[in-house]
Design a protein around this ligand. Structure first.
Ligand code: SAH
Length: 222
């Protein structure tokens, strides 16, 4: 795909930005990343449309607008530590790394995690990829300034709140009674011994479900 940069420019400036994404760091990072690398060969021709796409194992790479929106809601600074639950294709993790964050990403399906690692390595991103159940977060690298859950969650896990830094934000699509998810942001605030959480609600969206456990027994890191 020789003209991908042109296609990415159109997608980001004409499709994603006009939906209200104003953080130029996000838009520039998304333009710098070849989204087609994260998509199976048969579907690569749709890589620069603002749509989710199948990546195998009944999972999807999210719609670029939603990726941008969730990244904006994280409101991170360069160098911040961020945990992603649901590596999937690795695209969201690549954007965070491109923006200068220290990224840890957790995936429960080994085949997807291994494929994502390979693509992220090809693109020279230094990301810690874990195969595990992201409902537990990943305490070893906590606290995180941001935690982003990229699968539809039935509830907020205590582990995510525990692993947030003071002022850190959790961005999570929560299941709602109408059958689709709604983006929820929870910011942690510490005042001495007292911890409070401030919750705000944002866009409605569709996500594959957050599921329990790991799909393959082996646990590997790179
Ligand atoms: N962020 C991804 C899209 C994620 S799709 C991207 O940029 O491509 C959601 C992913 O979450 C799927 O790969 C699914 O296997 C994974 N997932 C679901 N439940 C999980 C859990 N408990 N722990 C870790 N990953 C999970």
């Amino acid at each position: 795909m020789d003209n991908w940069q042109e296609l990415a420019e159109f997608l980001i400036e004409k499709r994603v930005a006009p939906q209200g994404i104003t953080d130029r760091r996000i838009l520039e990072a998304m333009k710098a990343i070849p989204r087609h690398y994260f998509i199976p060969p048969g579907l690569q021709k749709y890589s620069y449309e603002d749509i989710p796409l199948a990546i195998g194992e009944e999972q999807t790479i999210s719609q670029p607008f939603i990726v941008a929106k969730m990244t904006e809601l994280l409101a991170l600074k360069e160098g911040d530590k961020v945990l992603e639950i649901g590596t999937g294709s690795g695209y969201q993790a690549a954007i965070l790394a491109e923006m200068g964050m220290q990224v840890t990403t957790v995936e429960r399906i080994e085949t997807l995690a291994l494929r994502a690692r390979e693509v992220l390595r090809q693109l020279s991103y230094n990301i810690l990829s874990i195969i595990g159940d992201g409902r537990n977060g990943y305490p070893d690298n906590s606290p995180y300034q941001g935690i982003i859950v990229t699968a539809g969650a039935p509830k907020i896990e205590e582990a995510w709140l525990d692993q947030l830094a003071d002022q850190g934000r959790l961005v999570v699509p929560l299941n709602t009674e109408i059958g689709i998810c709604r983006l929820c942001v929870i910011q942690k605030k510490k005042a001495g011994e007292k911890i409070t959480y401030q919750k705000t609600w944002h866009d409605y969206c569709r996500f594959v479900p957050l599921l329990p456990g790991v799909k393959n027994k082996t646990r590997m890191q790179n």
